[in-house]
Design a binder for this molecule. Structure first.
Ligand code: GRG
Length: 306
């Protein structure tokens, strides 16, 4: 039976973070050139929230209590992709950030060339990790589908495409329909990897096609809420709690929810999204008890301060 107290959720988060961190350290332990691996480890092993990995493991566990082990390599691969996107996002050609996770950004420590290449290597290591470390009990056709969906979530249909649109509408350039474009940017740039996180966890644990769709829908809505929270934190947060520089969106004149709708409407949108995400979860047909960690992660995504 899955327990429901606040303490249990904290225990779930702490124990799963430890598990993910230990496996990430193992996957990145050795390799040459040494400077490349140092740069990869610097970003991947720095203290992130690991919310994408937690979502993947919680979705797996919602379907089958022991399946978090099967999903673990995938959860680690997701964190590798996420870390690489942060490294590239912080480069001078993109957001040009100096602080990430409370430390100097990768290129500030290793230089732009190594930072770029560490990101490239992490992208490929993520795919290799899924191909080589998902247990052999999982049908190979499912592993191929997982790799294919991760490539789509990361590439032009997902994160990269969203980032390109984000750049196109930064600096005060406005699309004809601001809200539609902004939703599309958020869903692709941030939402696609979070959607993949819940979908892949449930899929590797043996979810039915209908359940897979509802876990994906839950992740997509949570991803949008996560990014709107990020937009809000850029205005209301401090460098100390965020571990990165606040105020960058306004400074760059970025298209964000807060810029278009203001703080109050953005907060109201979060309330709507929370309700929508809960509806998607209920449609999975999984018992409320088994969904408790996913519900807590939804609240964490919306109420976070970092
Ligand atoms: C994938 C080839 C390839 C390139 C990447 C740079 C880029 C293209 C995309 C940008 C993606 C990006 C950085 C989106 C922002 C997502 C976001 C809100 C990040 C912050 O995530 P948290 O708060 O960070 O989970 P921690 O540090 O806790 O892990």
């Amino acid at each position: 039976m899955v327990a429901t107290t606040k303490f249990d959720f904290e225990e779930f988060v702490a124990s799963k973070r430890m598990l993910v961190d230990a496996h990430l350290a193992e996957y990145l332990a050795t390799g040459t050139p040494e400077v490349l691996y140092e740069s990869m480890r610097y970003s991947v092993l720095s203290p992130g929230k690991r919310i994408r990995a937690l979502l993947c493991l919680a979705a797996a566990q919602a379907i089958d209590e022991d399946a978090h082990r099967v999903a673990l390599p995938c959860a680690c691969a997701i964190e590798m992709i996420h870390a690489m996107s942060l490294i590239h996002d912080d480069l001078p050609a993109l957001d040009n950030d100096d602080i990430r996770r409370g430390k100097p950004t990768n290129h500030k420590v290793f230089g732009e060339a190594i930072a770029l290449l560490a990101g490239d290597a992490l992208l490929m290591l993520a795919m290799e990790t899924i191909a080589n470390h998902i247990p052999s009990s999982i049908d190979k056709s499912i592993v191929v589908k997982v790799i294919s969906e991760l490539a789509r979530a990361t590439g032009a249909p997902g994160m990269v495409g969203g980032q390109v649109d984000d750049i196109a509408f930064t600096g005060g350039k406005l699309p004809a329909d601001k809200l539609t474009m902004l939703n599309s940017i958020h869903l692709r740039k941030t939402g696609s990897l979070i959607r993949f996180s819940t979908w892949s966890g449930a899929t590797l644990a043996g979810a039915s096609q209908e359940q897979q769709n509802n876990f994906a829908a839950f992740g997509e809505i949570l991803g949008l809420a996560f990014q709107i929270t990020d937009d809000l934190l850029d205005v209301t947060g401090s460098a100390e709690t965020l571990g990165k520089t606040p105020g960058k969106d306004a400074e760059a004149n970025k298209l964000t929810f807060v810029a278009i709708e203001g703080i109050d409407k953005s907060k109201a949108k979060l309330v709507d999204l929370q309700r929508e995400a809960e509806t998607a979860l209920a449609k999975t047909g999984v018992s409320k008890q088994s969904l408790i960690y996913l519900e807590s992660l939804l609240q964490m995504a919306i109420n976070r301060v970092s």
